[in-house]
Design a protein around this ligand. Structure first.
Ligand code: COA
Length: 176
C-alpha cells in the first residue's frame, strides 16, 4: 500500500485542465472503478467523450474538480456540482480512487478538499447519494461530516429512492 503522504491533492481550475493524457488518466480510473475492461473500445470512447465534454469550457463555476496525484500520475479524482436551479445546494457526485491506492486516506482527503472549496462559496448544504452497500464511501462521507437522512421528508426529493438501495446524506455548512 502507498502512503497517503506521497499523494498530492490538486484542484483543477478553469483553463488548467491540461493535456489529453490527463483526460486519459481520468478515463482509466473511471473505467476501472466501474469494473469495465480497458479493452472495451466503445465504453472507452464514451468515457473519454464524457470527460472531454465535462472539461470543455470548464470554469469551476458550477462544479469543482480535484485530483489526487502521485509522482504526477492521477490516482484518484473527485467532483462536486451545483444542484440544477438551487445554487446553494451542491452534490458530491464523483469520487474514485485507484484500487491499489485505496484505504490510505486519499478518498477522505479528496472529499475534505471539496468541502473546503465549497465552504469558501455561498453554499448552504452539501449532499451525497450513496449506495447502502458502499461501506468505504459511507465511511468517508461520515468522517467528513455528512449524515445519513433517515427521515424522507428531509431528503431533496422527499423520498430516499425508488429502489431503497441508496442513502441520501447531507451536511449544512457553518454560517449557511
Ligand atoms: C469510496 C472510495 C473513493 C474510498 O477511497 P479511499 O481512498 O479508500 O478512502 P479512505 O482511505 O480515505 O477511507 C476509506 C475508509 O473506509 C474504511 N472501510 C473500507 N472498507 C470498510 C469496511 N468493509 N468496513 C468498515 N470500514 C471500511 C477504511 O478503513 C477507511 O476508513 P479509515 O481511514 O477510518 O480506516 C474508494 O473505495 C473507491 O474509489 N471506490 C469505488 C468508487 C466509489 O464507490 N465511489 C463512491 C461513489 S458514491
Amino acid at each position: 500500500m502507498h502512503r497517503a503522504a506521497e499523494v498530492v491533492i490538486r484542484e483543477i481550475v478553469g483553463g488548467s485542465v491540461g493535456t489529453g493524457e490527463f483526460l486519459k488518466q481520468l478515463a482509466e480510473i473511471s473505467m476501472k472503478g466501474n469494473e469495465y475492461s480497458l479493452s472495451d473500445k466503445a465504453r472507452w470512447e464514451a468515457t473519454m467523450s464524457h470527460f472531454q465534454q465535462e472539461f470543455s469550457g470548464f470554469d469551476g463555476e458550477r462544479s469543482v474538480f480535484f485530483v489526487a496525484e502521485r509522482e504526477e500520475k492521477v490516482v484518484g479524482f473527485a467532483r462536486a456540482s451545483v444542484h440544477p436551479g438551487r445554487p446553494r445546494q451542491w452534490w458530491l457526485n464523483g469520487l474514485e480512487v485507484l484500487q491499489e491506492h485505496r484505504g490510505a486516506g486519499v478518498g477522505t482527503r479528496l472529499t475534505r478538499a471539496r468541502i473546503k472549496a465549497l465552504s469558501k462559496r455561498k453554499v448552504g448544504s452539501i449532499w451525497a447519494h450513496i449506495r447502502k452497500s458502499n461501506i468505504p464511501s459511507l465511511v468517508v462521507a461520515h468522517k467528513v461530516g455528512l449524515r445519513i437522512l433517515t427521515d424522507e421528508a428531509e431528503t431533496i426529493t422527499g423520498k430516499h429512492d425508488d429502489s431503497g438501495r441508496f442513502w441520501f446524506l447531507r451536511m449544512e455548512l457553518p454560517g449557511a
